[in-house]
Design a protein around this ligand. Structure first.
Ligand SMILES: NC(=O)C1=CN([C@@H]2O[C@H](COP(=O)(O)OP(=O)(O)OC[C@H]3O[C@@H](n4cnc5c(N)ncnc54)[C@H](OP(=O)(O)O)[C@@H]3O)[C@@H](O)[C@H]2O)C=CC1
Ligand SMILES: C=C(O[C@H]1[C@H](O)[C@@H](CO)O[C@H](OP(=O)(O)OP(=O)(O)OC[C@H]2O[C@@H](n3ccc(=O)[nH]c3=O)[C@H](O)[C@@H]2O)[C@@H]1NC(C)=O)C(=O)O
Length: 298
């Protein structure tokens, strides 16, 4: 049965067939696919339940900052777009209840205005809150995990579920509590008090990132994770030392600014990124015997 027929009686959603999704990832990879935009919780429950009952697989799309979209997707993408009244952020709260589709940049602006301690950890990360929780977004100022209190999901059967966070809920670039198919729709997070110095720290850090990372280019953030065993084993540093900065293959370039970033300088697609990743992996193995895991979802 077609997606149009399957989803036709579900309110609070929009379905677009074979849509050009090139602008739906920060790397701007050429991509066409079916897109289901979810505007209400009931819509999300209805869609997940229906897809599950009909054995239709799907992919969740946040800002597309950490996944390489395929040139043509066999499965539909689901994107959350829940209503959010920004006046909710007009005051400092002890606990924030936020839709997962809100972007970290909106939250960062609130942190700058109010000096929220702990919120500096996600400065400059292009992500939705849901995507950030999914992989414990972080910078060298910290990680988002310790701020998260409860995570509200809809599971693949279309049922609501709430996870309470504890010390084991997050690790480096990873959450450890979601079940396969869980879709985060809401997050409760706090902060560690108010400190006027945080605003300056965030601004300084943004300036540093701007100097050291290609923020204006089309990238997916860091391509590789740093080594799990040895946090001093840094992918960017290794790729740089091998002299690979600037190497370009079919329009996909290793950033001259930061070697763990790849820049789409043309109209590249999935295969172009994977080809360059494979070259880097081979060189890293050959020259240093290290095998860096990709951070970006292929
Ligand atoms: N530190 C940095 O400077 C940077 C960090 N990043 C990281 O990349 C991530 C990008 O976020 P974003 O663009 O929003 O996400 P993406 O669209 O890149 O999705 C990334 C993954 O998160 C999953 N996901 C996204 N939203 C949800 C949700 N609501 N519920 C459950 N799973 C979800 C997706 O699941 P599925 O597998 O089911 O499709 C996908 O595997 C952040 O975690 C961020 O930390 C990115 C760039 C720079
Ligand atoms: C971009 C991401 O996150 C980034 C995050 O923005 C930055 C800054 O907080 O710290 C991590 O990068 P990173 O480990 O490469 O940190 P950086 O501070 O940029 O560099 C570390 C060290 O490597 C050196 N370095 C880096 C890049 C390069 O081309 N050459 C080089 O020598 C730097 O000089 C520095 O001494 C995160 N990456 C990972 C995989 O953990 C992402 O996750 O997508």
């Amino acid at each position: 049965m077609s997606l149009e027929v399957l989803l036709k009686n579900i309110d609070g959603i929009e379905l677009e067939i074979n849509k050009d999704l090139t602008k739906f990832s920060t790397m701007r990879l050429k991509c066409f696919g079916d897109l289901i935009t979810i505007k209400t919780l009931e819509g999300l429950k209805g869609v997940l339940k229906t897809l599950n009952e009909n054995s239709v697989d799907y992919r969740i799309l946040g800002m597309g900052a950490n996944q390489l979209l395929p040139e043509s997707s066999a499965v539909p993408f689901i994107k959350l777009s829940l209503e959010f009244d920004k006046s909710y952020l007009n005051e400092v709260r002890d606990l924030y209840t936020l839709p997962a589709s809100v972007t970290l940049s909106i939250l960062s602006s609130h942190a700058v205005r109010n000096g929220l301690k702990g919120w500096e950890s996600f400065t400059g990360i292009p992500a939705t809150l849901g995507g950030a929780v999914f992989m414990n977004a972080g910078t060298n100022l910290g990680e988002i995990g310790p701020l998260i209190k409860r995570v509200f999901v809809v599971n693949k059967q279309g049922e609501e579920k709430i996870y309470e966070m504890d010390e084991s809920s997050f690790s480096y670039r990873k959450q450890n509590f979601l079940a396969e198919g869980d879709f985060i729709y809401q997050v409760e997070m706090n902060h560690f008090g108010v400190d006027p110095l945080i605003s300056k720290q965030i601004k300084d850090y943004l300036e540093l990132r701007n100097r050291t990372q290609p923020l204006r280019e089309w990238t997916c953030g860091c391509v590789f994770k740093n080594s799990k065993e040895k946090r001093t084993c840094l992918a960017g540093k290794f790729i740089d030392i091998m002299g690979l900065k600037g190497l370009t293959l079919n329009g996909m370039r290793i950033s001259p600014k930061h070697a763990n970033f790849m820049e789409n300088t043309d109209s590249c697609s999935h295969k172009d990124v994977v080809a360059l990743i494979n070259i880097i992996k081979e060189e890293l193995l050959l020259q240093y015997g290290v095998d860096f895991e990709t951070e970006v979802k292929l």
